[in-house]
Design a protein around this ligand. Structure first.
Ligand SMILES: C[S@@+](CC[C@H](N)C(=O)[O-])C[C@H]1O[C@@H](n2cnc3c(N)ncnc32)[C@H](O)[C@@H]1O
Length: 278
C-alpha cells in the first residue's frame, strides 16, 4: 500500500466510522484489509477501494469489512472503579422512589460491559432491598458480529476479567470447554442494537440515567470526541451520569454537566435534580 492509498483508506474509515488510523497503525490497517481481500480473492488495494465505494454491493461489502477493521477488545468490569462509581450513583437513586432506570452501554462490543452494568444494577437493587426489576439496559455497537456474540452471552474464562469469584458464581453458568453463559436474568434486561455512533441523531434512546462509553472515543479525533460527548450529554435525564474511560478527554466541559469528584474515574452528572445539588 503506498502513501496515497493509505490516506484514501484512512479517510474512508474515518468518514464512515469516526475511527482515525494514525500513520503508525498503517500496518494494522493493511493487515485487516489484506485478510478480507484474500477472502474475496482481490489482490489490489485500489481495486478493492473502488469496489467498496460503488453501489449496493459496495455497501454490503462495507458491513463485512467493518468486522475486520474494528478493535473489539473488552472484558467484564474492565475498569472496576468506574463500576463502583455507577454502584454509588445507583444507591443514591434507589433510596428515593423513582420510576424505571435506563442505562446505555455505547460501543458495547461483545456485551461484557452491558452485562457488567446489569450485575451492578442487580447488586444495587439487592442492597436497597428492592425486588422490582423495572430497569433496562441499551447496548449498541457498529459491529454485527460483536452484537451476535453479545446476544448469545457465552464467554471464555479469560473474558471474566474484573469479576469477583462470587459474581462469577452468581451470574455465569459454566458450560463445556471452559465457556460460561450469562444468567438469563441478566440477558433479559439488556437490549442489543446496531448503531454507528456517528448516526447518533437517528437513535431514539434518551432520558438515560447512566450512559457508559469507554474505549470507543479514544480512536476518534479530539474535536469529534467533544462533539459526541456533547450529544451524549443531551441524552441524559436530569441528574443522570455519563461515564467515560479515565483520560479519554481533557479540557472538555459542558454547561449541562458537572464532573463527579472522584479521581479514579472520569464521570459527569447532568445538572437539574435535587440529588445533584446535595
Ligand atoms: C475497544 S471496544 C470497547 C468495548 C467496551 N466499551 C470496553 O470498554 O471494554 C470498541 C468498540 O467500539 C465499536 N465501534 C467502533 N467504531 C464505532 C462507531 N462508529 N459506532 C459504534 N461503535 C463503534 C467497535 O466495534 C468496538 O466494539
Amino acid at each position: 500500500m503506498d502513501g496515497a492509498q493509505f490516506r484514501q483508506w484512512q479517510a474512508l474509515l474515518e468518514q464512515r466510522t469516526g475511527v482515525c488510523v494514525s500513520q503508525q497503525r498503517q500496518a494494522y490497517l493493511q493487515t485487516s484489509l489484506g485478510a478480507r481481500m484474500r477472502e474475496l480473492g482481490i489482490g489490489d488495494y485500489q481495486a478493492y477501494y473502488e469496489h467498496i465505494t460503488a453501489g449496493i454491493d459496495g455497501a454490503l461489502e462495507w458491513s463485512a469489512l467493518i468486522e475486520w477493521l474494528t478493535v473489539r477488545e473488552t472484558s467484564f468490569m474492565r475498569h472496576r472503579a468506574s463500576y463502583d462509581c455507577v454502584a454509588q450513583f445507583l444507591a443514591g437513586r434507589l433510596s428515593g422512589s423513582r420510576g424505571p432506570l435506563q442505562l446505555w452501554s455505547v460501543g458495547c462490543a461483545s456485551g461484557e460491559e452491558a452485562y457488567s452494568l446489569a450485575i451492578i444494577m442487580e447488586q444495587a437493587l439487592a442492597q436497597a432491598g428492592q425486588d422490582r426489576r423495572d430497569y433496562g439496559i441499551w447496548a449498541s455497537d457498529i459491529s454485527q458480529r460483536a452484537l451476535d456474540q453479545a446476544r448469545l452471552g457465552h464467554y471464555a474464562a479469560g473474558r471474566l476479567g474484573g469479576l469477583t469469584g462470587a459474581e462469577v458464581e452468581q451470574w455465569l453458568q459454566p458450560l463445556q470447554g471452559g465457556q460460561y453463559r450469562v444468567a438469563p436474568a441478566l440477558r433479559d434486561r439488556v437490549c442489543f442494537t446496531r448503531l454507528n455512533i456517528l448516526e447518533l441523531a437517528q437513535a431514539p434512546i434518551r432520558d438515560l440515567d447512566i450512559i457508559f462509553c469507554q474505549n470507543l472515543l479514544i480512536y476518534f479525533r479530539r474535536w469529534r470526541r467533544r462533539n459526541l460527548l456533547n450529544q451524549l450529554a443531551l441524552r441524559l435525564a436530569p441528574g443522570g451520569m455519563l461515564v467515560i474511560g479515565p483520560g479519554e478527554i481533557m479540557d472538555w466541559n459542558n454547561p449541562l454537566l458537572e464532573p463527579v469528584a472522584d479521581d479514579r474515574v472520569q464521570a459527569y452528572r447532568r445538572r437539574g435534580s435535587m440529588e445533584c445539588l446535595e
